[in-house]
Design a protein around this ligand. Structure first.
Ligand SMILES: Cc1ncc(C[n+]2csc(CCOP(=O)(O)OP(=O)(O)O)c2C)c(N)n1
Length: 347
């Protein structure tokens, strides 16, 4: 078992993510937030396990189901609620909403609604990271050199492309894997397989049994990990990061998990049975982790209940603060200023 302090941090991350999703659902139902949202209840270990294993300066590019990753990478929930209320204090100044929560300070590029579109962006970040460490020599521009034969050059920071099982079949993902492999880019392809792409079950829609096996086509390691087990994810990401930082190139990790809620807020989940859902609820990543913490003597039931209470109150308070300020929106002129460069800045 990993150290106690780390476990407590991990539990807080997962609880904050879960309570954030619960509060978001409540606010949508009350008609206080508009548009749509994609909740990630049940996927907390996959999200916290990744972010805890990363170093400062490592970048992530999440998907539309981004709240948990954003919290675990260090963003303040109040700024995320503000984003969904459309106010100027939001991570994208209230112009993006639930699916667009970039946070430069925390090395999070943010996501977009276009499935798979973040993966080439993460590839671009990895290119920059390698270029910064090695200069152009590492890219073998001379026709006499084969980029695949270049010696590994260690890099400090890496880039993580997060994508779902549905996105894994998109051309942009495959093109990115090919380029990242040829140039040995410092990149983790992090496939969060929650078993469905909207209503489409991954075992019916994907040409292979495990998405990780596709790594072989791009000459990179590919592994599968139990995404509901925080420790398993954390240790596997550390292992992948060590390989990537040594300069050997990209790595594909397929993280098996399950989304407890529907695809988005209007999904009645007619494509799956309640028995299946019940089975997965038994493997709730937070309950499994709390159980492990109690078993290892890291916390008592009472202490865990106190952490839960504290996290829930913290999220409630941050939602209330954001709600109070929700009328403070950018003016039309401010929005236009952000969209168009001023006359002086134009070439
Ligand atoms: C290019 C593109 N095609 C289709 C959609 C519609 N769409 C939104 S989410 C989604 C499913 C994505 O599934 P997955 O990648 O597994 O992520 P998950 O929603 O399960 O987290 C689809 C098809 C879209 N937004 N963009």
């Amino acid at each position: 078992m990993i150290e106690k302090d780390k476990c407590i941090d991990a539990l807080r991350m997962m609880l904050n993510s879960r309570f954030f999703e619960e509060k978001t659902e409540e606010l949508f139902k009350a008609g206080l937030i508009h548009g749509t949202t994609h909740l990630a209840n049940g996927q907390e270990a996959a999200q916290a396990g990744l972010c805890m294993a990363l170093d400062d300066g490592d970048w992530i590019v999440p998907t539309h189901r981004c709240h948990g990753f954003t919290i675990c990478k260090g963003s303040w929930p109040v700024a995320m609620f503000a984003e969904m209320f459309g106010s100027r204090q939001g991570l994208a100044k209230g112009l993006g909403g639930s699916m667009h929560m970039p946070d430069k300070e925390n090395c999070n590029l943010g996501s977009s609604a276009v499935v798979g579109s973040g993966v080439p962006l993460a590839t671009g970040i990895a290119f920059y990271q390698k270029f910064q460490s090695t200069g152009s020599a590492a890219f073998a521009t001379s026709t006499a050199q084969n980029p695949k034969d270049l010696a590994p050059v260690p890099v400090k920071n890496i880039s993580v492309a997060i994508f779902g099982d549905g996105a894994s079949s998109r051309g942009s993902v495959h093109e990115s894997m090919n380029l990242a492999s040829i140039w040995k880019l410092p990149m983790l392809f992090y496939c969060e397989n929650n078993r469905y792409g909207m209503s489409a079950p991954s075992d019916k829609m994907i040409s292979v049994d495990q998405i990780s096996s596709r790594a072989a086509a791009y000459s990179m390691p590919g592994e599968v990990v139990d995404g509901n087990d925080f420790e398993a994810v954390y240790n596997q990401v550390l292992k992948a990061c060590e390989y990537i930082r040594s300069g050997k190139g990209p790595y594909l990790l397929e993280v098996m998990t399950y989304r407890f809620k529907g695809h988005s807020k209007s999904d009645r989940r007619l494509y799956r049975t309640s028995e299946e859902e019940q089975q997965w609820l038994q493997r709730d990543p937070i309950l499994l982790f709390e159980h492990k913490m109690i078993e290892s003597g890291y916390a008592t039931e009472k202490e865990i209940a106190a952490i839960e209470e504290e996290c829930r109150k913290g999220i409630d308070l941050q939602a209330q603060t954001a709600l109070k300020e929700s009328g403070d929106k950018l003016t039309e002129a401010e929005v236009l200023d952000l969209v168009y460069a001023s006359e002086k800045e134009r070439p």
